[in-house]
Design a binder for this molecule. Structure first.
Ligand SMILES: Cc1cc2nc3c(=O)[nH]c(=O)nc-3n(C[C@H](O)[C@H](O)[C@H](O)COP(=O)(O)OP(=O)(O)OC[C@H]3O[C@@H](n4cnc5c(N)ncnc54)[C@H](O)[C@@H]3O)c2cc1C
Length: 177
């Protein structure tokens, strides 16, 4: 049996405090489609699983001098809400090609980036858009380029407690049509 303590923080500050407290013992839970499988296969065994689902403001797509996608936005939400924006065509196409309905309904953009699999479908279009990642930790709202995160030797999620909660998974400037 896999044993871990489950945490459900209600704010970003609380989330970061838990990450800082439990360090390498902690794992953030978004859609769980990678984390829970890794745990079941014995590839990861965090003592503390921290759910992001009660943290307000992490999900959703909005347009405000650029495109902003919350880390907790599911792939199907992104495919639907970003569809009307021609500059995001490659990202929307990638979202529609991603897994099947069940997977798209659970997987999040932040989870796809932070799992950092070489086959992560959201990363190439984000690279092409020159997207910026806004990190909540360790430096609040530090902005990193997708390129920088992609070139890290390990997935960003393994850098705990500096593991990043991404309030805005990316914000790309608006391109002329
Ligand atoms: C049946 C199936 C089909 C799949 N098909 C595809 C596919 O077509 N294309 C593809 O790219 N992938 C696919 N995947 C792979 C995988 O599930 C994705 O990478 C997924 O996007 C992970 O997102 P999640 O929200 O489920 O992340 P989780 O499993 O919750 O987390 C993944 C990792 O990221 C960390 N993390 C999550 N959110 C954050 C955050 N905000 N800040 C910091 N760290 C965070 C977690 O701690 C964990 O280490 C598939 C998986 C399954 C099971």
């Amino acid at each position: 049996m896999i044993r871990f303590e489950y945490h459900q923080p209600h704010s970003l500050d609380e989330t970061i405090a838990l990450l800082t407290q439990y360090g390498n013992e902690a794992a953030l839970l978004a859609g769980g489609t990678a984390l829970l499988i890794d745990m079941r296969h014995g590839e990861r065994s965090p003592g503390h699983v921290i759910s992001l689902w009660e943290v307000p403001g992490l999900a959703g797509f909005r347009v405000n001098r650029g495109f902003h996608v919350g880390a907790l936005t599911t792939i199907s939400d992104l495919a639907g809400t970003a569809a009307g924006h021609p500059p995001l065509r490659a990202l929307v196409d990638s979202a529609w090609l991603f897994g099947g309905w069940q997977v798209r309904n659970m997987c999040t953009v932040g989870g796809n980036i932070c799992k950092a699999s070489p086959g992560a479908d959201m990363v190439p279009p984000l690279l092409c858009l020159d997207a910026e990642l806004r990190l909540a930790a360790p430096d609040p709202f530090r902005i990193a380029s997708t390129v920088a995160l992609t070139l890290l030797p390990e997935p960003p999620s393994s850098y705990t407690p500096t593991a990043s909660v991404l309030p805005s998974a990316f914000s790309a400037r608006e391109y002329p049509n």
